[in-house]
Design a protein around this ligand. Structure first.
Ligand code: DX5
Ligand code: ZN
Length: 222
């Protein structure tokens, strides 16, 4: 699980994070630049503040046109992993730079982008994020078109025997987490389904439990 702080109350962010810490190892931080996506959120200073409040793995999803300008600042701020969109280009150079900075390396594929566009970079990355909504906003409906993309990625990664985790993001709740787990996802970003529920911790556990039960039933690990 990677609860997305986008749906949290930013006025009491540290409390919001503490409320889920017992049920997750990761926290998903959505960085938007008002250019790559039509919305603005947070940047490296907020990551640096979060780092003072939590030991959780900070998984930063960069929805920005010029990630190269900010990778150093995210590393410095204490990000654990950074994911860049394949649509911004210069992917190989970005992956090399993230690795050099000691960051986990993630690559993101938008709904309208063929999953095959990620294939040339699979050996360079740790995390492949398949978007199941158009990036930019929380609370959107899950796009079922993402399911076969996850399945194709699972097949390809397994064929090559690579240690790449498939992450999904957008409209993930108990029901869609099951579908995505079945297709091959192993890391589940959820914003609204966690922070818009009264019981944040219970919501994280429920989504995790649904995905884990699906994996157990299908005999998969991870
Ligand atoms: C959307 C972001 C997501 C967002 C998901 O651009 O990348 O991480 O927080 O929100 P929900 O879970 O509400 O769809
Ligand atoms: Zn995200």
């Amino acid at each position: 699980m990677a609860p997305s702080i986008l749906a949290a109350d930013f006025g009491v962010l540290a409390e919001e994070i503490s409320s889920v810490a017992a049920a997750t190892d990761w926290l998903h931080v959505d960085v938007m630049d008002g250019h790559f996506v039509p919305n603005l959120t947070v940047g490296p200073p907020v990551v640096a503040s979060l780092r003072q409040h939590t030991q959780l793995f900070l998984d930063c999803h960069l929805m920005v046109t010029n990630p190269n300008d900010f990778l150093g600042a995210f590393a410095e701020g204490g990000a654990d992993s950074v994911s860049v969109h394949v649509e911004v280009g210069e992917t190989e150079q970005l992956c090399t730079e993230m690795r050099r900075l000691g960051l986990g390396v993630g690559l993101v594929v938008n709904p309208e982008t063929p999953i095959e566009n990620a294939w040339p970079f699979l050996e360079l990355i740790d995390l492949l994020l398949v978007m199941s909504v158009h990036p930019g906003y929380g609370g959107q409906d899950f796009m079922a078109e993402a399911v076969p993309k996850v399945a194709a990625a699972r097949e390809r990664i397994d064929e090559l025997g690579l240690p790449v985790t498939i992450q999904v993001d957008g409209g993930i709740d108990r029901k869609t987490a099951k579908v995505m787990a079945e297709a091959g996802a192993r890391c589940f970003v959820a914003g609204s389904a966690v922070f818009r529920e009264a019981d944040h911790l219970g919501a994280v556990r429920a989504i995790h439990g649904a995905a884990a039960a699906t994996l157990r039933a299908s005999g998969s690990s991870g």
